[in-house]
Design a protein around this ligand. Structure first.
Ligand code: PMP
Length: 443
């Protein structure tokens, strides 16, 4: 189907697009109409190599037959069933299958519909846990500069991205503080994998503990690898140190694995990759290959038990969504996890990561490259901003790549790459070869 050539038009005016320059987009729209495997197809019938797995989410590749069939079968059998005081088997099955991959004792799964909802749910679980153990004064939450935890009020409060917070600055959650971000161009430029510099930044948590007193702090939330801020890889030893300090002071550690979950680093979760187990772990995106909106929190068994057993008779946790454990999302999750397991996709990602690393670092001498960073199947390319026009160069390179048939993601002047885990060597070469051309042509 070629909508533009066949004269069929789409009215673009009503949809207020999220995180988009709407005026710019609507002057020159980019419309995707179908997808298979590593590729999208546009309305003008061009093939686009997906260098971003949609939005870091289609880890098993697009329109995988088994997942499509599972959703079809579910929608025909039962499109919806409540999970408040009721249940349906797929939600339980999905939770069990997810829990088979989550680290440590994080085997209780609370369902939401997005990463943002998973984050807000996790923050509430942390607060409810301390209250249930008689430490209700632990209300302070600690996030990190440049952290992204979605767009709920909880998420933007613990998040550390200025533009996402600015318009709501007087309305953010009270009692939130932030750790410093971990990126330092001078110390970490062009580091492959985890930078050696920066573990000491975790000690800033001790400073916050001294400032606020441990007895007021409920939880620390970080992305093990910060994605949306532009691929900030944790320094060696940093996450281990955070874990130690949290343990010492009875503070819960939350890993936001919305991006790093489901094989992105070559292990089920970043937690296993780094060998650091949090107390709560948020996920979304890859949980069901982004087929139907789904988010979830994996919760340490005893955190769950404390809340559930600590409550008097009746409902234990006053929180949930109409669509928590939605049958279509759950069916997609079960089928997706089948694919991950059957095709050993996490091992596959681990195996091809060194090739990905080499390929992205070949851009070292391309025009306007300030830094390159990578881990697993995630890469970030930081560009020198155009004078007086921050973000302009990143956007130009993104547009040029799209024109050339490759989808990359830009946040400001940082390009991010996170292909589906099924990517092969030729496609990696095609991806970064195209980026190299785009950098030259926009220089
Ligand atoms: N947390 C992290 C770490 C994310 O990367 C994202 C989305 N990129 C979110 C939360 C929010 O997820 P959603 O857009 O599904 O609400």
């Amino acid at each position: 189907m070629n909508m533009r050539e066949t004269g069929s038009t789409v009215d673009l005016s009503a949809f207020w697009m999220p995180f988009t320059n709407n005026r710019q987009f609507k002057e020159a729209p980019r419309l995707l109409i179908s997808a298979k495997g590593m590729y999208y197809r546009t309305d003008d019938d061009r093939e686009i190599l997906d260098g971003t797995a949609g939005l870091w989410c289609v880890n098993a590749g697009h329109c995988r037959t088994e997942i499509v069939e599972a959703v079809k079968a579910q929608v025909e059998q039962m499109e919806f069933a409540p999970t408040f005081q009721m249940g349906h088997p797929k939600a339980f099955e999905a939770a069990t299958r997810i829990a088979a991959h989550t680290p440590g004792d994080l085997k209780k799964i609370f369902f939401a519909n997005s990463g943002s909802e998973a984050v807000d749910s996790a923050l509430k679980i942390a607060l409810a846990y301390h209250r249930a153990r008689g430490e209700g004064q632990r209300t302070r939450l600690i996030g990190r500069e440049r952290g992204y935890h979605g767009v709920g009020f909880g998420g933007i409060s613990v998040g550390g991205l200025g533009p996402n917070r600015k318009a709501y600055s007087g309305q953010l959650l009270p009692s939130v503080d932030h750790l410093p971000q971990t990126y330092n161009l001078k110390e970490q430029a062009f580091s492959k994998g985890q930078p050696t510099w920066g573990a000491h930044l975790a000690d800033q948590l001790e400073r916050l503990v001294t400032l606020h007193d441990a007895s007021t702090i409920a939880a620390v939330i970080v992305e093990p690898l910060a994605g949306s801020a532009g691929v900030l890889v944790p320094p060696q030893g940093y996450l281990q140190r955070l874990r130690e300090i949290c343990d010492k002071h009875g503070i819960l550690l939350i890993f936001d694995e919305v991006i790093t979950g489901w094989g992105r680093l070559g292990a089920p979760f970043a937690s296993q990759y780094f060998g650091v187990t949090p107390d709560l772990l948020t996920m979304a995106k890859g949980t069901n290959n982004a087929t139907v909106p789904m988010g979830a929190v994996a919760v340490r068994n005893d955190v769950h038990d404390t809340i559930v057993n600590g409550a008097a008779a009746g409902i234990e946790f006053f929180h949930g969504y109409t669509y928590s454990g939605h049958p279509l999302a759950a069916a997609a999750a079960v089928a997706t996890i089948d694919v991950y397991e059957k095709d050993n996709l996490f091992e596959r990602a681990a195996k091809i990561s060194p090739y990905f690393e080499q390929a992205i670092h070949r851009l070292h001498d391309a025009p306007n490259v300030l830094d390159i960073r990578n881990l697993g199947l995630v890469g970030g390319l930081e560009l020198k901003p155009r004078e007086g026009k921050p973000g302009a160069r990143g956007y130009e390179v993104f547009l040029k790549c799209f024109e050339k048939g490759v989808l990359v993601r830009c946040t400001g002047d940082i390009l991010a790459f996170s292909p589906p885990l099924i990517v092969n060597e030729q496609q990696i070469d095609h991806l970064f070869g195209t980026v190299a051309e785009a950098l030259k042509e926009t220089a």
